[in-house]
Design a protein around this ligand. Structure first.
Ligand SMILES: [Zn+2]
Length: 113
């Protein structure tokens, strides 16, 4: 498993592979946006400062019969051009469709460790 598999198999062109977990029949890829691809979510400037991360979980296409999740470290960014601080804009998912990581009733036990 590598960043190139994320690119070729899932089309995640700006993501860096961190690790894979295989728990309880699930496949979980931990990812984050490559440093060189971080941009202000408001104006698109690259003149930004990192300001913490937020965990987000997305379900993606399965591999065979195994459900696959993307566990994303979404970067909060402070823009030095427009002054806005907000999370990066994700190119691979609708931010509103993330599964709440803090909601135990929605997540399999393997996410709670
Ligand atoms: Zn900006």
């Amino acid at each position: 498993m590598s960043t190139s598999l994320l690119y070729h198999a899932f089309g995640l062109i700006d993501q860096q592979f961190l690790k894979a977990e295989f728990k309880n029949g699930l496949v979980i890829f931990h990812i984050k946006t490559k440093e060189s691809k971080l941009r202000c979510g408001n104006c698109g400037s690259r003149n930004v400062l990192k300001s913490g991360t937020i965990d987000r979980l997305f379900r993606t296409i399965p591999i065979g019969f195994k459900p696959v999740y993307l566990f994303a470290k979404v970067q909060r960014l402070q823009c030095l051009e427009c002054g806005v601080t907000r999370q990066e804009r994700l190119t691979y998912a609708d931010e509103k469709k993330a599964i709440p990581v803090a909601s135990p009733t929605l997540l399999p036990d393997c996410f709670l460790s």
